[in-house]
Design a protein around this ligand. Structure first.
Ligand code: AMP
Length: 293
């Protein structure tokens, strides 16, 4: 495994492979956990060369956010990547010009909802760094987690709106045994907060069960979810049901796939999660008989 810290060196190393080998890219901010590793494993299966970037991108943090405190564990990350058979780690010190970036990308509409509301400029920072990294790595495929579903949706739109020559692959959320979505930020939680945090997924899961039992009114599902969170002492920043494709609000759950999205502060730690609402494939024998006629 090669650890590369400059753009020039990365380009030099990848140049002989282009055209012969399929290059997969997994962008991360490091402090790797099983969730990240699942993306790497997916990338390994789909490509010949896997490049993992480890870069805490200052552009996507707001002035009062945790850029300086964001957990960093580079040596351990390298060991994990080595075990997974990663070919190249790209670990630049800084990706931006000394006098600041003067030309960048901007997200419309998709950044004025869910996390975009409380994190102005966050998604502009994300698309700018991902575009920059795509230009350096020039991967055939890039893998992103559904854990950050709004980010995944925006990256998909970026790749298609800007005709980028890269296939975006999504990977499901990996969870702790009690359902909490794995996140580098989980290590901020005290024992009590960690216990409380499990109610985020528990709430999403019980809303999903109600949907599968036939509840199609999004408003009612959200009220039930809010009540459950309140019992656990959690006041969410948002709890919303949106279309899985375009993130537009959904009132009546029907045939098109929707997702429940949640963000909440547990103590000082802001956590996010989401879950798919898909029609269960149980059909009554009567309706099966009907279709067979
Ligand atoms: P981050 O290091 O937080 O920027 O995340 C890097 C990538 O890992 C993103 O595509 C995330 O969506 C993905 N990721 C983070 N947590 C998980 C998880 N629990 N399961 C699957 N993917 C994840």
């Amino acid at each position: 495994m090669n650890i590369v810290t400059t753009t020039t060196e990365l380009r030099r190393q990848l140049a002989p492979m282009r055209g012969h080998e399929r290059i997969a890219f997994v962008p991360t901010m490091g402090c790797l956990h099983e969730g990240h590793l699942s993306l790497i494993r997916k990338a390994k299966k789909m490509a010949d060369i896997v490049v993992v970037s480890i870069y805490v991108n200052p552009l996507q943090f707001g002035p009062n956010e945790d850029f300086n405190a964001y957990p960093r564990s580079f040596e351990q990350d390298c060991e994990l990547c080595e075990k997974e058979g990663v070919e190249v780690i790209f670990h630049p010190e800084n990706l931006y010009p000394a006098d600041g970036i003067k030309v960048s990308l901007k997200v419309d509409e998709l950044d004025s909802l869910l996390c975009g509301t409380s994190r102005p400029g966050h998604f502009d920072g994300v698309v700018t760094v991902v575009n920059l990294l795509f230009n350096i790595v020039r991967p055939d495929i890039a893998v992103f987690g559904e854990k950050d579903y709004q980010q995944l949706t925006i990256i998909n739109r970026m790749a298609s709106d800007l005709h980028m020559n890269v296939e975006i692959i999504s990977a499901p959320t990996l969870r702790e045994p009690d359902g909490l979505a794995m996140s580098s930020r989980n290590r901020y939680l005290s024992e009590d907060e960690r216990n409380r945090a499990s109610h985020l997924h528990e709430t999403l899961q019980s809303m999903k069960v109600l949907f599968e039992q036939g509840e199609v009114d999004a408003g009612r599902l959200i009220s039930l979810g809010r009540a459950k969170l309140s019992d656990a002492g959690i006041k969410p920043e948002y709890l919303e049901i949106r279309d899985a494709q375009n993130l537009k609000p959904v009132e009546q759950l029907g045939d098109s796939p929707a997702r429940i999205f949640i963000a909440a502060k547990i103590g000082n730690t802001r956590l996010i999660d989401n879950i798919a609402l898909e029609r269960a494939i149980h059909r009554s024998s009567a309706s099966i008989a009907e279709t067979m006629l």
